[in-house]
Design a protein around this ligand. Structure first.
Ligand SMILES: Nc1ncnc2c1ncn2[C@@H]1O[C@H](COP(=O)(O)OP(=O)(O)OC[C@H]2O[C@H](OP(=O)(O)O)[C@H](O)[C@@H]2O)[C@@H](O)[C@H]1O
Length: 150
């Protein structure tokens, strides 16, 4: 089980797979890759927003896995808040460990899907990628991680 690094756009990932992003529990996909997710998967955004309205901060450390026609969207709730109120890095890492374990548990079926992610947590959430990758290694998660051309 390992993390594979790919150069390119996450949304070029093969169909019938799970696209993984980091989310806040406030119902906002307002910046970064979340904006692209909102544009490409408006129904998934509505489901994410409804979950945040219903359960809010209680979602922290869980994964909302939203099934879709071409892609499933995995919302890892790694920070309660966003922007200036984003959670501290150590707390984000703890929530990441729990949320990734939840994703893996949900994807452990007769036909598990391939996981494709961006370097989640490393942009707006301000956590260096190596710390998040260490969690993926610790949990022995098989995930391909896209990084855009520099
Ligand atoms: N198409 C693409 N393919 C591949 N990689 C791509 C890409 N587009 C961007 N990247 C890279 O993917 C990493 C993640 O960077 P991001 O800053 O987006 O996400 P994050 O996980 O740090 O933070 C989440 C919060 O940010 C959002 O906005 P709001 O809080 O709503 O304002 C959410 O809602 C959360 O709350 C960075 O390396 C980007 O270069």
């Amino acid at each position: 089980m390992t993390v594979t690094h790919l150069i390119g756009d996450l949304f070029s990932a093969p169909a019938n797979s799970i696209l993984v992003q980091a989310c806040n529990t406030r119902g906002s996909w307002g910046a970064g890759i979340a904006v692209a997710f909102k544009e490409k998967f408006p129904d998934a955004f509505e489901e994410y927003k409804a979950a945040c309205k219903k359960d809010g901060a209680a979602l922290l450390g869980s994964c909302l896995l939203i099934r879709g026609a071409e892609y499933d969207v995995a919302c890892l709730f790694t920070s309660k808040d966003y922007g200036r109120r984003v959670d501290p890095p150590d707390q984000i890492i703890a929530s990441t460990r729990s949320a990734v374990a939840d994703l893996v548990a949900q994807n452990t079926t007769d036909s598990p899907k391939q996981l494709f992610g961006c370097r989640f947590n490393s942009g707006k959430f301000g956590v260096e990628w190596a710390r998040t990758e260490a969690i993926l290694d610790e949990l022995e998660v098989d995930m391909s991680v896209y990084t855009m051309e520099q």
